[in-house]
Design a protein around this ligand. Structure first.
Ligand code: ACO
Length: 382
């Protein structure tokens, strides 16, 4: 048994390779750094989906189809009655995604990918009390995603920065949300269901929910001279530093540097990057002493937070913007799982009470012990 499935290999993939010892991420034969510099997000969708859909058109036509899919997703937003109230941003995006029809084909892949972008922009605007902006299918995906959010013309630098971000996070081996997407797909639930499983898993603070708290940390620290003391107090309380540590990487996450390069191409509030770099240096130094046996380095989320803030996104939207990129990878993995994988169904070890000797009848469980009960089923075939 392996708690957290650490070290377990559960899929063969042609999509991406995470080399944790050397800090390298390869996506379909390309280094992530090269890909984020040279390709736009729709090119990378084409790269990742190649061979997984019979009717995949060339990259240019795919871009046009994705533009039309944004319009279709916008209609779905209207049919759903707009952005739901009373939910946080990721929950609202997830609720809107749940309105999209399921399916296994390219139409569903495009509608779901478009949906995450359209719904993220609409949720962001509703937070500002503004109505959603209709997509412009003639624009490229990154430019239109930013335009739907800001409702103004988008500069080339901003669009390139979002493109580079979405490419950088598009796929990353069998991370938690991709695994969840593959589990859903393995039951033949459909691509929209796989993406919903991915979003639901991504939102946790140990995964794609980390960048919001990174901004909270930087805001709380406020100035370079307070960094060490703040970090030491946080670690003494048993808190984890968001944006540091990784299950697979034992060295710096290569995506952190790819995003830092992009960040430098954007105008930032003066002092923002300097503070972040000082906090990063202090955190790495203190973490080395705090956990000498465990290499805890900067992960993708640290510079994600700064980059998405520089693009004008409120921290509440960071996880959904992450999902805009990762949806492409979830869909590729879901298709790969359906085409070549088996139903994913591991087993568990039962450590609950033994069957009552009287009749085989399971005694009722009191509410107090019920809350502690460990779900256990290894014999059931379902
Ligand atoms: N700050 C402080 N201590 C940490 C951190 C951290 N960021 N990360 C790990 N540790 C500690 C753990 O508390 C643990 O200590 P212990 O042995 O005394 O219990 C030890 O280092 C080993 O950590 P694990 O829990 O085994 O690490 P795991 O591989 O399970 O977790 C994770 C990886 C979840 C990313 C972790 O490093 C973490 O919580 N980081 C902060 C959240 C974060 O940045 N998440 C984004 C990850 S990137 C992504 O998902 C897109």
């Amino acid at each position: 048994m392996s708690e957290g499935l650490e070290g377990v290999i559960a899929a063969r993939t042609r999509l991406s390779d995470v080399d944790g010892e050397n800090g390298r991420l390869v996506i379909r034969g390309f280094d992530v750094e090269t890909l984020s510099r040279e390709r736009r997000v729709t090119d990378v969708a084409h790269l990742l989906w190649d061979g997984l859909f019979d009717d995949l058109p060339d990259a240019k036509a795919l871009e046009a189809r994705l533009g039309n899919a944004r319009t279709a997703a916008f209609e779905s937003l209207n049919r759903a009655g707009g952005v739901p109230k009373g939910l946080d941003a990721t929950e609202a995006v997830r609720a809107l995604l749940a309105h999209l029809p399921d399916g296994d084909g390219l139409e569903t892949a495009l509608l779901t990918t478009a949906g995450v972008a359209v719904f993220t922009a609409a949720v962001g605007r509703s937070r500002q009390g503004a109505p959603p902006v209709r997509p412009d299918p003639a624009l490229d995906h990154a430019t239109d995603s930013l335009r739907m959010f800001h409702d103004r013309p988008i500069s080339e630098a901003e669009a390139s920065a979002l493109d580079a971000y979405l490419v950088t996070v598009s796929d990353h081996g069998l991370n938690a949300s991709t695994f969840a997407a593959r589990v859903a797909a393995s039951t033949r639930a459909g691509l929209a269901s796989a993406v919903l499983a991915g979003v639901s898993t991504l939102k946790g603070p140990l995964h794609g929910g980390a960048p919001g708290p990174v901004i909270d940390m930087l805001d709380a620290i406020g100035e370079v001279s307070r960094a060490r003391a703040w970090i030491e107090v946080a670690l003494a309380k048993g808190d984890r530093l968001m944006g540091f540590g990784h299950r697979i990487y034992r060295v710096r996450d290569p995506r952190a540097d790819a995003l830092k390069r992009v960040l430098k191409s954007l105008p930032m509030q003066s002092g923002g990057l300097a503070l972040a770099e000082a906090v990063e240096a202090a955190a790495l130094d203190i973490l080395r002493a705090h956990k000498p046996a465990r290499s805890l380095a900067t992960n993708v989320e640290f510079y994600t937070a700064l980059l998405l803030e520089a693009l004008g996104f409120h921290p509440e939207l960071f996880t959904s913007v992450f999902a805009m990129g990762r949806t492409i990878g979830w869909i590729a993995h879901a298709r790969e799982q359906v085409m070549s994988g088996r139903l994913i169904r591991p087993q568990s070890v039962y450590i609950g009470p033994p069957v009552s000797p009287s009749s085989g009848h399971v005694p009722p469980v009191s509410p107090a012990s019920n809350s502690n009960r460990i779900s256990a089923s290894s014999a059931s075939p379902t």
